[in-house]
Ligand binder design. Sequence first.
Ligand code: NAD
Ligand code: UD1
Length: 341
Amino acid sequence: MGQKILVTGGTGYIGSHTVVELQQAGYEVVIIDNLSNSNDGVLDGIEAITGIRPAFVEGDCTDIETLRRLFADHKGIKGIINFAASKAVGESVQKPLLYYRNNLNTLINLLELMPEYGVEGIVFSSSCTVYGEPDRNPIDETAPIKPATSPYGNTKQISEEIITDYVASGAPIKSIILRYFNPIGAHSSALIGELPNGVPNNLVPYLTQTAAGIRKELTVFGDDYDTPDGSCIRDYIDVVDLAKAHVTAMKRMLSETGTDSIEVFNLGTGRGLSVLELISAFESATDVKVPLRIGPRRAGDIEKIWAAPAKANETLGWKAMVPIKETMRNAWAWQCRISGK
Ligand code: NAD
Ligand code: UD1
């Protein structure tokens, strides 16, 4: 067996895809998840893909005693990937304390226990939301951090600062902070994917649900932006590409030589796509037409942002590979599976 890794939030969207890639790379995985935004059926999907059922603890990372028991029961954990967090931007505006408590207490508990249980490093899920509306694109890791526009975004900024301060204090740990751009798609097996709760806020689940007839039409939030076709631009990254970056980050962090105690990487493709371009990539990849209308701008939206991923490409030896049409086909296959089409 390879090194033992704790994946918090491992039955969630990005977590489940990362567990698959970790297991396929030979790591032994322990998942903790409180199932607040996922279900344990995901473990069947992971097992069907990899032939290995990861160890699973149903529990809440904000409860430090639960984590203590986990580390005592699963001795020898070398690294952590911390996905566990609440992530709905709108909800975070309504319930800020829930977001600060869940996202920050989870991180603080993990950091506090790491030296006690000999855990060497933690990979943290951050977001390009820390850059706000960039002054220029593509954006690299040296770009300024802008004031957060939501409590959710603020938890990511504060989390990065907590990790930085803790490492600077001389704590015997390493950390890699990964700033994701827009993760989309599903595993090519259609055995795991994104399970949105209620009406999706994000573009791709809304799009696939509309294509499946669950939603009447997709609203494009604004076509009067300062972009070539007037719709907003993002850097959409395939979730399996994203998952693989965690494996390379873990390998680097746990290696003996050559890594700083704390490193930050942008994870994106380096290519910006507009909302209208993404919809047309979906339609041409799947031959399914998506009913749409142009609506007003969504409050708080960023006009355009895409990554300069050179640091991750060069330092981690990782690159986003999956073509957008394949990502769209996988997203559609997953949607068809969960909606029984
Ligand atoms: P997700 O909701 O699918 O997964 C998070 C998982 O964590 C869920 O299974 C949930 O049940 C679990 N969880 C939440 N709080 C917990 C707690 N206190 N204890 C134990 N389990 C808990 O979300 P995701 O899209 O997979 O996101 C994973 C991480 O990546 C999050 O930290 C998120 O903020 C970050 N991120 C996501 C995106 C995105 O677009 N999906 C973009 C940037 C950053
Ligand atoms: C949002 C969050 C961001 C979070 C990310 C991933 C906001 C302001 N930002 O980013 O903090 O990290 O999700 O969870 O909420 N769109 C439509 N119609 C729709 C849905 C979306 O046109 O029905 C457009 C949006 O205007 C945007 C693009 O699609 O231009 C992508 O939207 P979305 O998937 O919500 O992601 P972000 O806004 O980039």
